[in-house]
Design a protein around this ligand. Structure first.
Ligand code: NAD
Ligand code: WQD
Length: 331
């Protein structure tokens, strides 16, 4: 298939482009490079020995997006493009609502106009808010706690309503848990343009000496050791989950948790990283981060059963691969 990948130069999008090319698909990437570099696409070409068509454009620009659909035969859309910092979304809600919701509207509209009926959307475990763990796909989405989370809930609703109105439209809403790790080549990985927001890029940058100390946000949660527990999924497994979602796309709305089903605490992740890579990660305990929950992990039985997909890589692979990428990565 010929697949339009928005945000394909970014962290998850780039690994998914790799997986799609390896699975024999062709990809067209739209990315405004606000949080990525075009060199990532060159690295994917090097790894796969395949071409990628790239347009450096903003997905909120309707006429630019329209011209891509007009000029290319597209079989499916993978929509990764979005702003993803939870804390920034609280400070800049309009920017987040505009970028993340308008991009979804424009793409859904183009799909309708050009009769494209396969759509895969990057959603997030954040839509579950403060539901009870493990999170299940059929939970009521009543409590996304931030503008970022709301943009995912709203985008999910838009795509669900499009599917209700058009029985031929197939959409997969993929709710990622905590994507981490990097491709084993060390060539592609998580390379945010600014200071990272998430735990793993912090750990790797502290280990490399780019930052002095990791701050651990709270050691008094009701968890195994007091630190926050998350479901860390290797980005390569996550990318393969997208290929599985495409292969098993049914008419209507398909919702899947993409996680491992296992929780790991901050202390456990730091310790594993130090042991696997034989490096030191200095840290200090600070207050809890506002908005954080104690535990977040997936029930993955639906994806395992219906997509016949399961995360294969574990915390050791994650720590090794994230560090390999960080060591090789030059800004
Ligand atoms: P990323 O920032 O690495 O990638 C997003 C890409 O989209 C970047 O290359 C950026 O330049 C591009 N982009 C942003 N707005 C755009 C626009 N208007 N037009 C064109 N390009 C635009 O982030 P990621 O971690 O790869 O996340 C991909 C998607 O998955 C996002 O939608 C994110 O919200 C979602 N998600 C991420 C996580 C995570 O922890 N990384 C978890 C759950 C969901
Ligand atoms: C993980 C754990 C922190 C940084 C976010 C979004 C979620 C999804 C994934 C997009 C928590 C602790 C973190 C640090 C720390 N993204 N931590 N020191 O918050 O689970 O999820 O990214 O959709 O929507 O909310 O991920 O990596 O920020 O935090 O102690 O410097 O690490 O408190 O327990 P989070 P994270």
């Amino acid at each position: 298939m010929q697949i339009l990948v928005t945000g394909g130069a970014g962290y998850i999008g780039s690994h998914t482009c790799f997986a799609l090319l390896e699975a024999g698909h062709r990809v067209i990437v739209l990315d405004n490079l606000c949080n990525s570099k075009v060199s990532t696409l060159d690295k994917i070409k090097l790894l796969t020995n395949k071409e990628i068509i790239f347009y450096p454009l903003d997905v909120t620009n309707e006429s630019s997006v329209d011209s891509i659909f007009l000029n290319h035969r597209i079989d499916a859309v993978f929509h990764f493009a979005g702003l993803k910092s939870v804390s920034e979304s609280v400070k800049k809600p309009l920017e987040y609502y505009y970028n993340n919701v308008v991009s979804t509207l424009i793409l859904a509209k183009a799909c309708q106009k050009y009769n494209i009926n396969k759509f895969i959307f990057s959603s997030s475990a954040t839509v579950y808010g403060r539901n009870k763990v493990p999170f299940l796909e059929d939970s009521e989405l009543m409590s996304a706690t931030t503008p970022y989370g709301e943009t995912k809930v709203i985008s999910e609703r838009i795509l669900t309503d499009v599917a209700k109105a058009n029985s031929e439209f197939s959409v997969s809403l993929l709710r990622y848990f905590n994507p981490v790790g990097a491709h084993k080549s060390g060539l592609i990985g998580e390379a945010p343009n600014n200071i990272p927001n998430n735990l793993m890029p912090y750990i790797t940058q502290v280990a490399k000496g780019k930052m002095r100390k990791l701050k651990i946000f709270g050691d008094d949660y009701p968890t195994v050791d007091g630190s926050g527990v998350r479901d860390y999924i290797h980005v390569v497994d996550l990318a393969l989950g997208h290929v599985a979602a495409l292969n098993n796309l049914l008419p209507g709305v398909n919702v899947y948790n993409l996680g491992t089903g296992k929780g790991t605490s901050v202390f456990q992740l730091v310790k594993a990283f130090e042991e696997v890579n034989n490096v030191h990660v200095p840290y200090e305990i600070t207050n809890r981060r506002s908005g954080d929950i104690a535990e977040c992990y997936a029930d993955v039985s639906k994806a395992e059963k219906e997509l016949k997909w399961k995360a294969k890589l574990g915390i050791i692979d994650i720590c090794r691969d994230a560090w390999r990428f960080e060591k090789k990565y030059e800004v």
